[in-house]
Write a protein that binds this ligand. Structure first.
Ligand code: OXD
Ligand code: MN
Length: 589
């Protein structure tokens, strides 16, 4: 006998049928329908503590914060277990794993059968996007993980607000998650765009199970965007405000764990008194051309799921303040006084800690105390630099789009595309060294178009075409830029200080968008001269600048060959504009 707890059974018949279907299949002991209330948060948190899923942290240092350790086999997104299930493989394209929707559903349903016996099934209604925005989507996630519920509560607008927006409609994403036995061999993250459904089994890791984030807001979202005329992108959104109060909105796509959160929360160097950067979003942007031909964007999320290692008061003071309260920490190290620690946190390493796997740790230990992909989940409202527009249903007008990767060689600090089509080519051919955010070989350069390789829910060449088609709806398209904070010298040292100093790059970008900044035409795009950068307060010589921006023909030739690997994969659907851009680049080189 299934017991029902929580809010009234939803009056939406489609939600009811969905929940009944999966409770009959998964056979939980009880079904808890979440309403997003404070009382519910307290109750579920207490239950998670009692069950040992969460550990309360030091209430003075970190009020309202909790600690969670995942299964050591389950610490990152797993691209090899992630599938796009469309009627034919050509819709998913060569950059996605494809499975037949019927066969995959049968297989997953067999795994789900009875999977929640002895467990609770939580029903989590949520919104991606501010209530009332034209792009906002409703999702209902069914999960057997209380950790997922408490994280979803931070990352999305959760509970009654979503059911209110849904009304009697059938238009919602159906998400089903069961941790099963957390066995990597029984781990599948599957997307069914045609039926707006996601089924995720065998994992408890954020990117695999907080279904509103990567699964709905990016993979299903990108598919919906192509059909509905908008774009779901792996981009932060920030606002640059000048001392005169001029606001410029910028969106930027960097691959996972390449500093989107740091860039989105950046503070201008002291010398730039009066300049302010505020955060609209740190990971995902939904963009659409409005009726006036202006590209607008919302951040569909409500919180930050950020990488902890490397976060400190120098690299990201706003993040440090954001995660001082009401935050869930996953796989960081735990200190004896109930504080948390990770590599790259301020101050010296602690004398003693418990590492992310629960083992004693000292500075002499060979292994890292925190997992390199350890995370914080924190409410957006905690961010001291949150933009006042972050929750605006109408979104913000975007003036610049930035693409960037982690590249030790070849790529200069910043250059501007000649036009939108060239910018799409820059995004499409983006490369980056792999990070710990996904299982794989850290450090290897791979093509990651628009930082969407793991997140584009359909054929990548059709996605490029969609980008090109959006241009036709824009009257004054955003300017497009490419940046690289990670170039190194022969000794392996970074050539650019990065972090807050990236403001100088941002300022040049804003000036370019506003028709004020100067640049010179180069083989690769418009580049700033040393004299065109604002150097107040920083000692950076012309020689350093020249090394940072050196053009090496041999490296660019190799770059072109690397780009071909991806372009060849997509050859049968590749838009001719991108082929022409490649030819133009070759002739300029
Ligand atoms: C993320 C990711 O968690 O990109 O944002 O992996
Ligand atoms: Mn991301």
């Amino acid at each position: 006998m299934v017991e029902n707890i929580g809010m009234h059974t939803s009056s939406n018949i489609h939600v009811r049928e969905f929940v009944e279907k999966y409770s009959a299949l998964c056979q939980p002991d009880q079904v808890v329908r979440c309403d997003g209330s404070e009382e519910e948060k307290q109750r579920l948190t207490q239950e998670a503590v009692t069950k040992g899923i969460l550990t309360p942290l030091n209430a003075e240092k970190l009020p309202g914060c909790y600690y969670h350790r995942s299964n050591p086999n389950d610490v990152a997104r797993v691209e090899q277990c992630t599938f796009i299930c469309t009627p034919g493989p050509e819709e998913a394209g060569p950059t996605n794993n494809w499975a037949d929707p019927r066969e995959m559903t049968t297989k997953l349903h067999a795994m789900l059968e009875g999977s929640m016996r002895g467990r609770t099934m939580y029903v989590v209604p949520y919104l991606m996007g501010p209530a009332g925005s034209p792009l906002t989507k409703v999702g209902i996630e069914i999960t057997d993980s209380i950790y997922v519920v408490l994280n979803m509560r931070i990352m999305a607008r959760m509970g009654r607000v979503a059911l209110d927006q849904l009304g009697t409609s059938d238009d919602f994403n159906r998400g089903i998650h069961s941790t099963l036995d957390c066995n990597p061999d029984r781990r599948f993250i599957c997307h069914f765009p045609q039926t707006n459904t996601i089924i995720s089994v065998g994992s408890g890791y954020g990117g695999n199970v907080l279904l509103g984030k990567k699964c709905l807001a990016l993979r299903i979202g990108s598919w919906l965007g192509e059909h509905q005329g908008w774009m779901a992108e792996h981009m932060l959104i920030l606002c640059v405000e000048s001392p005169e109060g001029e606001k410029t909105y910028v969106a930027a796509a960097f691959p996972s764990a390449c500093g989107k959160t740091n860039f989105a929360m950046m503070i201008a160097p002291d010398a730039f008194a009066g300049w302010k950067i505020t955060t609209v979003g740190d990971d995902i942007a939904w963009l659409w051309p409005d009726a006036n031909g202006q590209l607008r964007a919302i951040n569909p999320e409500n919180g930050y799921f950020g990488v902890a290692p490397g976060t400190n008061f120098a690299s990201n003071p706003n993040a440090m303040r954001t995660i001082e309260r009401d935050t869930i920490y996953t796989n960081v190290a735990l200190l004896p006084d109930g504080d948390v620690w990770w590599e790259g946190k301020d101050g010296p390493p602690p004398a003693n800690a418990t590492d992310w796997q629960g083992r004693p740790w000292t500075p002499e230990s060979k292994e890292k105390a925190a997992h390199p992909n350890s995370r914080f989940t924190a409410p957006m409202l905690n961010n001291p630099s949150l933009a006042s527009e972050a929750g605006d249903a109408a979104g913000v007008p975007i003036s610049a789009i930035i693409f960037g990767g982690r590249r030790a060689t070849t790529m200069p600090l910043v250059f501007q595309a000649f036009n939108w089509t060239h910018g799409v080519y820059l995004g499409a051919t983006m490369g980056s060294e792999m990070t710990a955010a996904a299982a794989g070989t850290v450090g290897q350069v791979r093509r990651d178009p628009m930082a969407m390789l793991p997140f584009c829910g359909y054929h990548m060449a059709d996605y490029f075409n969609h980008w090109l088609s959006i241009r036709r709806k824009l009257i004054d398209p955003p300017r497009i830029f490419h940046v690289n904070w990670f170039r190194k010298n022969a000794a392996g040292e970074y050539l650019w200080p990065g972090f807050g100093e990236n403001f100088r790059v941002l300022k040049w970008i804003v000036d370019r968008c506003r028709g004020r900044g100067k640049a010179r035409e180069t083989q690769v795009g418009w580049m700033p001269r040393y004299s065109e950068f604002d150097w107040r307060g920083l000692d950076f010589t012309r020689e350093q600048w020249d090394e940072l921006n050196k053009f090496d023909r041999a490296e660019w030739q190799r770059e072109l060959l690397w780009q071909d690997e991806l372009l060849l994969k997509l050859h049968d659907r590749l838009p001719k504009e991108l082929i022409f851009q490649r030819e133009l680049l070759i002739s300029r080189l």
